[in-house]
Design a protein around this ligand. Sequence first.
Ligand SMILES: [Zn+2]
Ligand SMILES: [Zn+2]
Length: 347
Amino acid sequence: MTALPISHRTVYLVASRRLEVREAPLLRPRAGELLLRVGAATTCGTDLKVWQRGGHPRMLTVPCAFGHEMAGTVAAAGNGVEAVREGDRVVVANSASCGQCAACRAGRENLCRDLDYLNGAFGEYLLVPERFVRRSTYSISRDLPLERATLAEPLACVLHGLEVCDSDRRQEALVLGGGPIGLMFVAVLAARGQRVVLADLIPRRLEVGSVLGAAETVLVSGGAEDAARLRGPFAGTGPALVVEATGHPAAWEAAIEAAAPGGEVLLFGGCAPGSTASCDTHRVHYSELTVRGAYHHRPATFRQAVRLLEEGLDLTPIVDHECRLSGIGDALAAMERREVLKSLVRP
Ligand SMILES: [Zn+2]
Ligand SMILES: [Zn+2]
């Protein structure tokens, strides 16, 4: 076993908009656990929300180690860990389901009533608890750089969102919101050969969408004229599938407004707690729309995400910034100003 340091640097969220890089004791893995040397981590829209709000009702309570998208190398494995060994390259999902409850038995592990969350990706090392080693650790091929593998978590969420949809893969799609998640929807739909249109308020995000395969882009303004603009690229009738990826109630409403008769609306972006959106009940009823929510990822879509990345799905245009542990606060502030999509953290 390679000698491990006695402490390491890791980022704590201590309050709303307050991060601290702390020198923390480096705990050795006990039975069933493993110690990950983090090679690459990424910031995410969820991190931004959690940083702004100073916590998350499900994922963490401050003060708490922070960050949830990461890939790295196994630095040490506790007794009884057999699936991976020291030196293996892995990604660890940020949640682990119980495997026992009704939701888990039905293959809907994202709805597990005892879902555990893992934070601490923004550190030099991360101690991975036993349940995560057993249920949420994925080996990756030598050829997949850690900088790409760290994107498995958001990609797994996107794949889950598409899996819960009924929409025929030949049909056209509209993605509302060109943040990292919306752009991943564009990349996946385009890679499947679907015609996908991206709408956003910011021209630069539309440019990244075009690079990732959007057939057309629509610059929206947030006003009443957007409805016609969004239907424009779909022969005036609207898209068969609309993916909302902004997390704003107004976009939830716009998504329902934009869908073609018989179409499907995937409401993917998590809005602030307590928000409500209204919809035109006549449209949902007489146009027979299917309106769905989707949350998080499942082991099946996490495996699928790793495989797609190994097969070469290139999401690197979405990562447009890089920082060290001490620079994460600035990176999040730049994301808030919409100057940065996603930052690669090299601990
Ligand atoms: Zn994420
Ligand atoms: Zn469960």
